[in-house]
Structure formats: structure tokens, C-alpha cells
Design a protein around this ligand. Structure first.
Ligand code: PMP
Ligand code: GLN
Length: 411
């Protein structure tokens, strides 16, 4: 019988980097992600899960039917390395239809296992080594810190302060230097729900050009913008040649478990990413790829309808949160609403949002995520009372969660 060694293996480069970035405990053990941890707490307590961002309803019938049809007609083997040609064409058509961007489906599109693999392959493929810096906006989607550590680069955070969550341009200028290899921009932004102001977008492009940095955008919430239209950085003058744009089917079509994403950008940068991607998953999601192509070709009304539906859900959630005593910061886009819980939390003897979020499931029956989970250790203080609630749930679920939260109001 094979024996399992009792001592852990010696730490590798990732372990060392991840420990340095505070992603692993000093003994090298790994904690579950905040999303996995909070979803487990929801399952254990029966609380309503407004933590991890996934919808509780299926997306468009045509898209689901296309996946079923693809499975029954034998689209079940490895697709080509860069993705099914028809999906690459659909991505290219989508970039032109919504943003006027011309993208060559054969050389400038890569299909990936979700936006996560797109980010991983991009960072691993484009980072040269330990001297390289990646500028990110903080709070930062949790995968970024882990992937930057995995790629052996240094994360340089630019703060987004409550309640506007726009970066200070002077701080942004100070963060970008000749050491900056990548400016990683998540717009619309998770967790804050903010979209970047035009002057910020312009400054990012100017700084990238001045310091010869690559811009990588994470636009997974591109179609969930409430009162304006999404502006991809790649569409700004001077940006296209140095920008890789990442998106994914998960949010737009409510299929987060399918893990089909894509990257568009100049062929020389895409080639560098393909070189890594082929050793990560090689390919993924054969029958889902034709289904996502159907989704990307749906009429405009589908995309506008998805944003309008989510906006209504946020409005209901905001009413419930306010009635319970939270201060709500209305989002511009995406799945999440941020609420300041200081007064309410202190009234209930909680020490911060993290403490509150560990107390809420058992006591009130609702799960949410503390924003400190998206922040480097040095900056936790600034976000200590902010809580992220997912609004991508059925209206009756949000109403039920609101009633539970209302029990926190002190008589
Ligand atoms: N980026 C952001 C900002 C996200 O919120 C998420 C989570 N959905 C991802 C990337 C990961 O996307 P995917 O599930 O397509 O890998
Ligand atoms: N993007 C999702 C969120 O922000 C989580 C995805 C995951 O669990 N990795 O909630």
C-alpha cells in the first residue's frame, strides 16, 4: 500500500511568493477562498447566500438548448487550441457590434477556461521575472493577488476609496513606473460595482504608453452596466496595440459554471498567452463553446434586458439594506452592492465587517463578504466596515434576505 508522507513537500516558488503575499499561512497551509468559505457557511447554516457571485436562475433558453444540442450531436472532443473557430468569429463580431473594435478571429482571439484562466495565462505569459510590477486597483478581485504571486511579479495597489471608488490620479501616476509590466484594470469593478471615469481611463492609457506597459482589462461585467454603456479601454486612441481585453460568458449569460472566457488583442500578445494556456488546460468546454457563440449573437435587447433586470434587483436589495440600517453605496454595474455596516455592526457589538459577516449567517440567516477579503493587509483599516452583497438572485430571495436583515433593527 502506498504511504502518504507525513511531512509536507518543500516549498516551491509559488509557495514562497504566496506566503510573502499573505495568501498562505506561515506553515504553508492554504485557506479556502473567501467565496468557498462563505458558501460553505451558507450551506451549513441554511443562510441565504448573498456572498459568492452566482445567479440562482438560468440564462437564455437558446444558449442552454445550444449546449444540449452540441452534446447530443457529438461536439464532445477537444476543440482547437485557440478555441472553436465559430466562437472566435462570434467574439470578433461582438467586439465590432458593441465597441467598433476590429479583431481578427484567427490571430487576435483566444478562448479560455473562464476569465480566470485568461488572467492566469496572461500574467504567466507576459511577466518577465521578479523585477516586474503589476499595478492593480484595490480592493482587488481575489484571484489577482494569487496569480501575480504565481507569476513571480510584485503587486502594486492603487486605492479606490469609499464612497466613489475612483482612483486618485496622482496616486495612479506614482504607482506606474518603468518597472510596471502590466496595468491590470477591472472595469466594471468587483467588488465595488464602480465603472472608471473617462479621465481615469485616459490616464491609464497615457501612463501605459509613457512607461511601455501592457494594459490587461477584466471586463466580465461588461454587459451589466446600469445607466451608461461600457467603454473598453482597447477602444481608446493609442490603447489597442498594448491592450489585452478579457471577458467571459459566466456573468452575461448566467452560466458561471461553464467557464468559457476569451481574450482579444494584438496577435503578438495573444501568441505569448497561447504559449502558456496550452500547458494549463490546453482546451476546455467543447460543447459550451458553440452555445456561447449563440449567446454572443443574441439581439441587443437581450443584453440591455440583462442589465435592466439586475438594476431592479440592486434597487430592491438597497431598500432592504437601508431598512436594516446599512448605508448603501449604489453600484454602477455588476453583481454586487457595497454597504457600510459600521453603525449597525457596532450596535450589535461586532468589531468589523469580517466579524459581522461571520456572525450574520448563524444569527440573521444571510451570508455576505467582507470587503477586507479583497484588500492587502496594510490597507485593511480603510475598508474595515464595508460589506459586499450579491444582488444576482431572484427578487423573492432578495426580499426574504431583506426581511431577515430587518430583524437587526434595534427597537
Ligand atoms: N474577474 C472578475 C472581476 C470576477 O468577478 C470573476 C468572477 N466571476 C472572474 C474574473 C472569474 O470569471 P470566470 O468565472 O469566467 O473565470
Ligand atoms: N467572481 C465570484 C465573486 O466575486 C466568485 C468566483 C469564485 O468563487 N472564484 O463572487
Amino acid at each position: 500500500m502506498q504511504r502518504i508522507p507525513s511531512t509536507p513537500p518543500p516549498p516551491g516558488a509559488w509557495q514562497r511568493a504566496a506566503r510573502g503575499a499573505g495568501l498562505l499561512a506561515p506553515d504553508g497551509t492554504s485557506a479556502p477562498t473567501i467565496f468557498a468559505e462563505m458558501s460553505a457557511l451558507a450551506a451549513q447554516t441554511g443562510a441565504i447566500n448573498l456572498g459568492q457571485g452566482f445567479p440562482d436562475e438560468d440564462g437564455p433558453d437558446e444558449v442552454l438548448a445550444a449546449a444540449r444540442a452540441a452534446i447530443s450531436t457529438g461536439r464532445n472532443q477537444y476543440p482547437p487550441g485557440r478555441g472553436e473557430p465559430d466562437l472566435r468569429h462570434a467574439v470578433s463580431e461582438h467586439q465590432r457590434r458593441f465597441y467598433g473594435l476590429a479583431v481578427d478571429p484567427d490571430r487576435e482571439v483566444l478562448i479560455t477556461a473562464g476569465a480566470t484562466e485568461a488572467l492566469a495565462a496572461t500574467l504567466l505569459g507576459l511577466i518577465d521575472g521578479p523585477g516586474d510590477e503589476v499595478v492593480v486597483f484595490e480592493p482587488t478581485y481575489d484571484a489577482y493577488a494569487a496569480l501575480i504571486a504565481l507569476a513571480g511579479a510584485t503587486l502594486v495597489p492603487v486605492p479606490l476609496r469609499s464612497p466613489r471608488f475612483q482612483p486618485d490620479l496622482e496616486e495612479l501616476r506614482r504607482a506606474v513606473s518603468d518597472r510596471t509590466r502590466i496595468i491590470l484594470v477591472n472595469d466594471p469593478h468587483n467588488p465595488t460595482g464602480m465603472t472608471f471615469d473617462a479621465e481615469v481611463r485616459d490616464e491609464i492609457v497615457r501612463l501605459a504608453a509613457r512607461h511601455d506597459a501592457i494594459i490587461v482589462t477584466d471586463e466580465v461585467y461588461e454587459h451589466l452596466v446600469f445607466r451608461s454603456r461600457h467603454v473598453p479601454l482597447a477602444s481608446l486612441e493609442g490603447a489597442r496595440e498594448r491592450t489585452l481585453s478579457i471577458s467571459s460568458a459566466g456573468k452575461t449569460f448566467s452560466v458561471t459554471g461553464w467557464k468559457v472566457g476569451w481574450i482579444t488583442g494584438p496577435a503578438r500578445l495573444i501568441d505569448a498567452v497561447v504559449a502558456v494556456k496550452q500547458w494549463l488546460t490546453y482546451v476546455n468546454g467543447a460543447p459550451f463553446q458553440p452555445a456561447v457563440a449563440v449567446g454572443l449573437r443574441l439581439p441587443d435587447e437581450f443584453f440591455f434586458g440583462a442589465a435592466a433586470t439586475l438594476r431592479d434587483k440592486h434597487a430592491l436589495l438597497a431598500t432592504g439594506l437601508q431598512a436594516a440600517g446599512f448605508s448603501v453605496i449604489a453600484p454602477h454595474a455588476g453583481y454586487f452592492t457595497i454597504a457600510d455596516a459600521r453603525d449597525l455592526g457596532e450596535a450589535h457589538g461586532r468589531t468589523d465587517a469580517d466579524d459581522l459577516c461571520r456572525w450574520l449567517p448563524e444569527t440573521v440567516g444571510v451570508v455576505a463578504i467582507p470587503v477586507t477579503a479583497f484588500v492587502t493587509t496594510e490597507h485593511r483599516e480603510d475598508y474595515s466596515w464595508l460589506v459586499r452583497f450579491a444582488a444576482c438572485k431572484r427578487l423573492e430571495v432578495i426580499a426574504d434576505a431583506s426581511q431577515r436583515l430587518a430583524t437587526m433593527v434595534r427597537a
